[in-house]
Design a protein around this ligand. Sequence first.
Ligand code: DQA
Length: 148
Amino acid sequence: MKIKVIHGPNLNMLGIREVNIYGPMKLEDINKNMEVVAKQNGFEIEFYQSNHEGDIVDAIQESINEKVDGIIINPAAFTHTSIAIRDAIKAVNLPTVEVHLSNIAAREDFRKKSLISDIVAGTITGFGPFSYHLGLLAMMQILNEIKM
Ligand code: DQA
């Protein structure tokens, strides 16, 4: 089964960007760790990052043609603003896990609201790069249950 991981704007700058909040780990290292765990568990995994809202909508939509079984997404700042990303997730109707490095509930008021939390299977927020690991475990559990 295939998992697609989608990273939103500015996550390409992990390791440089606000290290006090997001930590020193680079996105490619987060991806590598996820790839190892996914493969160990017999899943295919692919990664996508964009700084552009419409490109993220396209990446979500393309999941259908690519025969993706589940999506892990950190929409980054678009979490708090993008009805288009919310609608795309609803449109493809695939199991989706929302991930955030920082604890968005403990930050500025404008970050407390996610426009996708109520339409995804679940949200993992606040554990730094480990949020992605937990998100992957959750997604593999969901997909294993579907397979059975
Ligand atoms: C983030 C939280 C967002 O509020 C922020 O805009 C990001 C990253 C996180 O992973 O903690 O870019 O999604």
